[in-house]
Design a protein around this ligand. Structure first.
Ligand code: ADP
Length: 210
């Protein structure tokens, strides 16, 4: 089973890369943040449990996240692309314990500066219909404020406010950045300051050798 992990600070382009890479690799993508936001919108038991952490930019507890990841891996034995998991050493250990010797794990690290991510996130908009990600400064929609794919009005994520963006970055440095060393062996490093197309180009060769 092929498992591709996308690691990097919030706003480093994990979501954009996950979308294009999943097409190339034909892997199912698990976007943990989207799963949590969908649960919050639906008002489910999971949603109620994680709402305050997600909206404040804090991490959800490891047990809850590991249970979601375990279920996704179990139901997608053909291989997966993981966007937003693992985010702590404990989650990384949990992932390792789910893999067997035949599994093929690749970790892509999108390395972007705090300035890049802060400026991207503060002008990010997303389509609540299809999930497409826009940026009002660098990649605006063709028609003001609506999705190019489905015409739905774009929204700003609740956690894309200046204060929460700063908190998410602090949490990233404290909890997630240590995973770069944890996975140092074979880590695929990508310049997260690059545009989406260039980032895809730079990992494609490493993941799908001709
Ligand atoms: P970003 O990478 O842009 O911060 P995500 O959509 O990946 O955004 O995550 C949004 C929020 O969901 C996080 O701030 C956190 O509250 C929660 N979350 C996502 N993935 C995890 C995880 N692996 N562990 C704990 N919390 C998570």
């Amino acid at each position: 089973m092929k498992i591709v992990v996308l690691l990097g600070p919030p706003g480093s382009g994990k979501g954009t890369l996950a979308a294009s890479l999943s097409e190339h690799l034909r892997l199912a993508v698990f976007v943990i943040g989207d799963a949590l936001r969908a649960a919050i919108d639906a008002g489910s038991k999971l949603g109620l449990k994680v709402k305050s952490a997600v909206e404040a930019g804090r991490l959800v507890d490891d047990e809850t996240i590991l249970a979601l990841a375990r279920e996704f891996l179990r139901t997608h034995p053909e291989g997966v692309l993981l966007d937003g998991f693992p985010r702590t050493i404990r989650q990384a250990e949990g992932l390792r314990s789910l893999l067997s010797a035949e599994d093929d794990l690749h970790v892509i690290y999108l390395d972007a500066s705090e300035e890049t991510v802060t400026s991207r996130l503060s002008s990010r908009r997303v389509c609540p219909g299809c999930g497409e990600i826009y940026n009002m400064r660098f990649r605006p929609p063709k028609n003001d404020g609506v999705c190019d794919n489905c015409g739905v009005t774009l929204i700003r994520r609740k956690d894309d406010t200046e204060e929460v963006i700063r908190e998410r970055y602090r949490v990233y440095l404290r909890e997630t950045a240590p995973l770069v060393d944890y996975f140092a062996d074979g880590l695929i490093r990508v310049d997260g300051n690059l545009s989406g197309d260039k980032a895809l180009e730079s990992v494609r060769g490493e993941l799908c050798p001709a």
